[in-house]
Design a protein around this ligand. Structure first.
Ligand code: ZN
Length: 312
């Protein structure tokens, strides 16, 4: 059985995207509006495909359906995670996601969306929108109705290496100049709360104010509870950053040769810095792959690189 499934990403083009994913991550994708690289995705809105090996050309959802043995016979009805790199040349809209229960009821049985962001890069004074300043639901609703966006939106300073957990119900937005690796539930349900009054093809993009009011948590938890601040990781280590009901995300630092074992049925992995080898395959910044159940017991790495890995 193969230990490694290399994946070719799907790219999403957006009004706030740019060229950095091509220029800094080496992706062969045209256009100056590349917003998101869906590195590991079996979501129908954009799938990654297997690149090389026995299953070359398979979509990830087909691999999941037909070769569940690679994933340790996980019994889930769909591949549960979605790993993206997001490059914001411009501000993303202010948004919020529902939880599984709300999405299941209102969005054709879709999963809700819990997500987390590992900050790959940001400007000197980089900020993200995380939460809001309303002290109660009544205040939240009136601030939305009155369009008091500057008062409502909570901006939090971040720096590279910070990890932010975005629970369903959290108002959030990635802002201009920030680049993150996002690990999320495989869902595409987003309620747009505010779009800075921007136009796309002459028209404002659709807002979802009623759904937003339904799902936003009020008051918002303190930002400190949602951010794991950057810390130095020792070379040749696995540093667990976040663990919740939907995923566990860790950072792996490799210098020279390193191996580690996991009892996960499979692992999702993305190289975020440098280059090296995993088993006998060359990988570099921007590579995304799945370590199958055959490989997780002893993952063999070498080179000079950092990876973000996750398990469901
Ligand atoms: Zn989001």
């Amino acid at each position: 059985m193969e230990k490694l499934i290399m994946l070719k990403p799907y790219f999403s083009h957006t009004i706030w995207g740019g060229t950095r994913l091509r220029e800094e991550f080496g992706y062969d994708e045209k256009g100056d509006d590349i917003g998101e690289c869906w590195g590991i995705s079996a979501h129908p809105s954009g799938e990654s495909t297997v690149c090389g090996g026995e299953y070359d050309g398979f979509s990830l959802s087909r691999l999941w359906e037909e070769h569940r043995e690679l994933f340790g016979y996980d019994r889930g009805d769909r591949f549960p995670l979605l790993i993206k790199i997001i490059d914001a040349r411009d501000d993303l809209s202010i948004q919020v996601h529902p939880d599984d229960e709300y999405a299941g009821r209102h969005e054709n049985g879709s999963l809700g969306k819990t997500e987390c962001w590992y900050v790959l890069d940001c400007p000197e004074d980089g900020e993200l929108v995380i939460g809001h300043n309303a002290s109660s639901r009544e205040e939240l609703v009136s601030m939305i109705d009155e369009g008091r966006w500057d008062d409502l939106i909570r901006r939090v300073k971040v720096r590279p290496g910070d990890m932010i957990q975005i629970e369903p119900g959290t108002v959030h937005a990635i802002t201009s100049g920030v680049c993150v690796l996002e690990t999320q539930q495989s869902s595409d349900i987003t309620y747009r709360l505010y779009d800075y009054g921007r136009l796309q093809n002459g028209k404002p993009r659709q807002l979802h104010l009623d759904q937003s009011k339904d799902v936003i948590t009020a008051p918002a938890p303190s930002a400190d509870k949602q951010i794991i601040r950057a810390r130095k990781t020792a070379p040749n280590s696995v540093d667990r950053l976040i663990s919740c009901d939907h995923y566990t995300v860790s950072k792996v630092s490799v210098k020279g040769e390193f191996s580690f074992g996991s009892d996960a049925g499979y692992l999702c992995a993305s190289v975020i810095l440098g280059s090296g080898r995993i088993f006998d395959t060359d990988v570099s910044k921007g590579s995304h792959f799945i370590i199958t159940t055959e490989g997780t017991g002893k993952v063999e790495l070498s080179g000079d690189m950092e990876l973000i890995i996750s398990r469901a």
